[in-house]
Write a protein that binds this ligand. Structure first.
Ligand code: APR
Ligand code: ZN
Length: 256
């Protein structure tokens, strides 16, 4: 870790973190743009992540998300998630704060022990009724996350109004949860350092959030093995996997 970055991390009292699918890659959750297998081969994730796709074929879209949920439930947080949880705990004990805003719909940050400020693209566990919006608790999916379901199953019906239950994720073309977006905006605007880990910086408006740091000259650190759409705005680019880079970025605990 270069000295400047280590010094910034060690001196930061308020850290704002934005994560994307890449932080879950080392937990074996395929990033959003990986090709599916089997029956699903002819669909890209993007094809299935729209209200129109659900309207046209609710069973296909519902089954894909339940399959993805079963995959997420079968994997574990990785050292990248754990490092952020540790850094958050450390800072809180010292009167500081580390906020995590994620584009991921998984719960790996939470399962690593971190508190998440917001899920900009919703949660794969937050099923709700398409018509009346009622949240719905469902038993865990019976799929093996690593085997493509043989065929689609119809989404359950809402007990309140009989409508289709839909995944609680934000589809392309849908509004982001403004509360999560506003909280992330405030956190980035008051941060001493902004860390962006595991996102291609393609999908707006989430991708432009870190750029708010430029307003105040707040240092921006990107963690990604590859160059991204927002790399040129970064002060530092740590070209490597977040499971290695994040643990190295967490400063040692301050002596009491
Ligand atoms: N550590 C860090 N970054 C990684 C790792 C890793 N081990 N492995 C892959 N990456 C990077 C890739 O280089 C890529 O830049 O993670 C990024 C993943 O990019 P995307 O798949 O585009 O995921 P994300 O940026 O989160 O997509 C944003 O778009 O697809 C929709 O709603 C979906 O939330 C998603 C959003
Ligand atoms: Zn309903």
């Amino acid at each position: 870790m270069n000295d400047d970055i280590a010094e910034i991390a060690a001196g930061a009292q308020r850290v704002a973190v934005l994560t994307g699918a890449g932080i879950s890659a080392e937990s074996n959750v395929p990033t959003f743009r990986e090709v599916q297998t089997g029956l699903w081969e002819r669909f890209s994730a993007q094809d299935l992540a729209t209200p129109e796709a659900f309207e046209a074929n609710p069973a296909l879209v519902w089954t894909w998300y339940r399959w993805r949920q079963s995959l997420i439930q079968q994997v574990e947080p990785n050292p990248g998630h754990t490092a952020l949880a540790q850094w958050q705990q450390q800072l809180r004990q010292e009167g500081g704060e580390l906020s995590i805003t994620t584009q991921n719909v998984d719960d790996l940050h939470e399962r690593a022990g971190a508190e998440v400020l917001g899920h900009l693209h919703g949660s794969i566990f937050a099923h709700r009724c398409l018509d009346c919006g009622d949240p719905v608790e469902l038993p865990d999916p019976a799929y093996d996350g690593f085997e493509a379901p043989p065929e689609p199953e119809e989404p359950p019906q809402c007990a309140t109004c009989g409508g289709h239950i839909r995944p609680g994720v934000v589809w392309f073309g849908e509004m982001l949860p403004m509360e999560a977006f506003d909280a992330a905006t405030a956190a980035i605007r008051s941060a001493d350092v902004v860390v962006v880990a595991g996102t291609s910086g393609i999908v707006q408006p989430a991708a432009s959030l870190p750029l708010l740091a430029l307003e105040r000259g707040t240092p921006l650190i990107e963690i990604n093995p590859e160059e991204t759409e927002i790399s040129e705005a970064m002060d530092f680019c740590l070209r490597g996997p977040s499971g290695v880079m994040l643990p190295a970025l967490v400063p040692p605990r301050r002596r009491k």
